[in-house]
Structure formats: C-alpha cells, structure tokens
Design a protein around this ligand. Structure first.
Ligand SMILES: *Cc1c(COP(=O)(O)O)cnc(C)c1O
Length: 397
C-alpha cells in the first residue's frame, strides 16, 4: 500500500488546494476599475443596480445591499424586533454569525439540532425548543441546500414566529422551484470570497415586505431618513435629514457592487460547475462504505457551497483528526464546517452546555469539507478523490 505523505510518502499533489477560493476574471477586474474612475465610489448607482439584480435572481420584491453577511444578519435580527428577554431558535451547525446576530440584539439563541442525514436544521427539534419567549428562527441553508421551508413555515404560522434564512451558502439554490431569497420573511446573503459569488466582502438582505425593507434601508445608514413621512419634524428644506433611530454605517462601496454585478452575471456557470463537481464526488464517495455523503432532499435544487464528507467510525481505524491531517499532508487541504456554535467558549461562558444537540455533535466529530469551487479543475478534483481514497484505504478496518 502507498505510504501516506504524513508518514513520509509522496503526496498526491505537489501544490496544496483548499476547500474554497474565489474566481476573479478579467471582466470582473475591468468592472471594478471602471467604477473606481466614476464620481461615486461608495454606495451609488452600482449598489442600486446590484439590488435590482438581486431581486431578479432571487425573485424577491426588495433587496438591501450591505457591507458583509454578518451586517445583513444583524440588520435582519434588529428589524425582526428581537430584543432582551427574547429567544430565537438557531441552527446548531453553522458559522457563529448566525447566532451572534441574535446576541447583538440582546436576545438569546436557542439551538435546534440538525437532521442527521441532511445536516440542516430539523423542524421537529425546532418545535421542541419553542417557549413562550420564542420570537423567531434563524435557519441556515447549510452547504447551500435549502432548509425544509414547508415545515418551518407551518411552525412559524402556528406560533407567530418570524423566519430569517441565513442563505450565506445558498445563492442560486431553489426550493420547489422558487429561488432562495423569496421564501423567508428575510433572507441574508454573504459575498465573502469563499462563497459562490464575491465582492471581496459584501452581504444583502432580501424581503417581500415593504415595511421591513424601509427599516433595513434606514438602519444601513445610521438610522437617518430623508423620507418626510418617517420624520418627527418634517420640513421641506433641501438639506434636512433626520436620524430617527440608532443605525449603522453598513454600506457597501460601489466598486464592490460592480464586482458583484459582474459575478452575478456568471452565477449560472458557477452553479453548473459546482453541481458537476458534486455529482462526481457523490458518484465516487457513495460507493465507499467508509464514507457518508450528504443527503439531498428532492425539494432543493442546490448550488452547493461546501462538499462535506463524513467518516463512518465503525469502518475506519482513525479518528477525524488523523484523517484530516493525513489528507492535509497529501496537499488536499480540508476544513471543518462547523464546530457546534454553542461549543465556542463565548457561548460556554453564557451557560450553554455540551449535549444539547446530539446529532450536531456527532456530525462535528466525523466531518470535514473537501475542495469545491468553480475554478477547481478536473485534475484537481481527481486528485481530491485519489487523496481521499488513499487515506481511506490506509485506515480501512
Ligand atoms: C459566511 C457566513 C456568514 C457571514 O458572512 P460574512 O460576509 O463573512 O460576514 C454567516 N453565516 C454563514 C452560514 C456563513 O457561511
């Protein structure tokens, strides 16, 4: 058997590849350069055009572009009205920002367990976590797969909750033919460089509700309004604007918006390549009894942001750490998405205990993400498969 690189063997690849990377092409660069020469370089016509484009892509009535995905979540949580004394149910396997936005408002996240096969929030677990203090749900389309909207919508209707969808992974995904972004009360996107389309940094909230939209727009820029109907002291003076609540500067620059507009024009080709790679990985890994591949629900037409492999401990002699390190030494560098949020010491110090979400904890124990991005070549994808097979064969029981 071939010696693993970690034990001095030859690595599958000479140059490392990572789990994600952006794809910036010449026309993206030109779009940015062009905008840098224009009169307005912070929020201006490109931001407005991007908001229109996002409405077109998601089918939402309104879009509010902001500085990053975390700012999008923060504004959505504030606009939802979450405050001290409230509880908000949050997916347990997600980036910390999904829960942090609840804390920014002074409310407490309550973690719901994941479905052990799809890794998305389990509506049954959501139901069990509801109390008289529950005000809403932050549900994450983990890896890009849409959450079970029908079940979540039923719970929200029944209990009067508001649904924020954290779709940082899921631009381009559809649920029962409807694009993510037009389904939840508010949907948040991130345009960080590892996500499917990027602005360097960037985020957005989409909604169909005009009232939520107006508040989001105001909070994005200091809580200041130029709309006389929103003022306490309206006047027709041209210079006059009024800060009516405490907002932020969460604006995006126009050159980032130009980059994103250019990137969104490529969403279909980005999405198609990701789907192709997922199909290839699924084909290879579903034949290996040592691995579990993520289950896809038929309702979701998924543009995958991450590809997760999960080890079957009963078939392998290694733990996740050994598998991860061995793959890393082969220069196919994985990452783990994610630590159960409440395991972070910040949440531990708030009193959250291990054991709340057993499926999430078991998932975390055995999982890792392998390279998946638009510009990943066939050769690199083959190397990834070869490296995974090599490590599996070495540690096979
Ligand atoms: C990336 C990400 C965010 C945060 O987005 P930023 O743009 O980095 O602030 C939030 N939630 C999830 C699930 C993410 O993956």
């Amino acid at each position: 058997m071939e010696q693993l690189a970690i034990f001095g063997g030859t690595p599958v690849r000479e140059k490392p590849i990572y789990y994600g990377r952006q794809c910036i092409e010449q026309d993206d660069i030109e779009a940015v350069a062009e905008t840098l020469k224009s009169d307005l370089i912070t929020s201006g016509p490109k931001v407005q055009a991007l908001e229109e484009k996002l409405c077109e892509v998601t089918g939402a009535r309104y879009a509010v572009v902001v500085a990053n995905g975390t700012a999008a979540l923060h504004l959505a949580a504030l606009t939802a009205g979450f405050q001290e004394g409230d509880e908000v149910i949050v997916s347990s396997i997600t980036f910390a920002a999904s829960a942090n936005c609840v804390r920014y408002c002074g409310a407490m996240p309550v973690f719901a367990d994941i479905d052990p096969e799809t890794y998305n929030i389990d509506p049954e677990s959501v139901r069990k976590q509801i109390s008289s203090r529950t005000k809403g749900i932050v549900a994450v389309d983990f890896t890009g797969q849409a959450v079970k909207h029908d079940a979540l919508a039923e719970i929200c209707r029944e209990k009067g909750l508001l649904l924020i969808e954290d779709a940082a992974h899921a631009i381009g995904t559809k649920y029962k033919g409807r694009p993510v972004g037009s389904i939840a009360d508010m949907t948040c996107f991130s345009f960080h460089p590892v996500k499917t389309v990027t602005g360097g940094e960037g985020g957005a909230i989409t909604t169909n509700d005009e009232r939520l939209y107006r508040r989001l727009m105001r909070l994005r820029s200091h809580g200041i309004t130029r709309n006389r109907e929103e003022m306490l002291h309206p006047t027709d003076a041209l210079w006059y604007n009024e800060q009516v609540e405490l907002g932020f500067n969460y604006r995006m620059t126009d050159f980032q918006a130009a980059l994103l507009l250019s990137q969104l024009g490529k969403l279909e080709k980005f999405s198609a390549r990701r789907k192709e790679l997922v199909k290839k990985y699924d084909r290879e890994f579903s034949q290996m009894p040592e691995l579990i591949v993520q289950k896809e629900i038929p309702e979701s037409d998924t543009t995958r942001h991450l590809y997760v492999i999960r080890l079957r401990p009963e078939r392998l002699t290694c733990d996740r750490r050994q598998f991860f390190d061995a793959l890393y030494a082969e220069n196919v560098c994985p990452q783990v998405h994610y630590l159960p949020v409440y395991w972070h010491s910040y949440y531990e110090k708030l009193g959250y205990k291990k054991g709340i979400c057993p499926n999430a904890e078991e998932y975390y124990r055995w999982s890792m993400s392998i390279p998946l991005y638009y510009s990943l070549t066939d050769q690199e994808a083959d190397d990834t498969v070869r490296a995974v097979k090599k490590v599996v064969e070495y540690y096979r029981k």
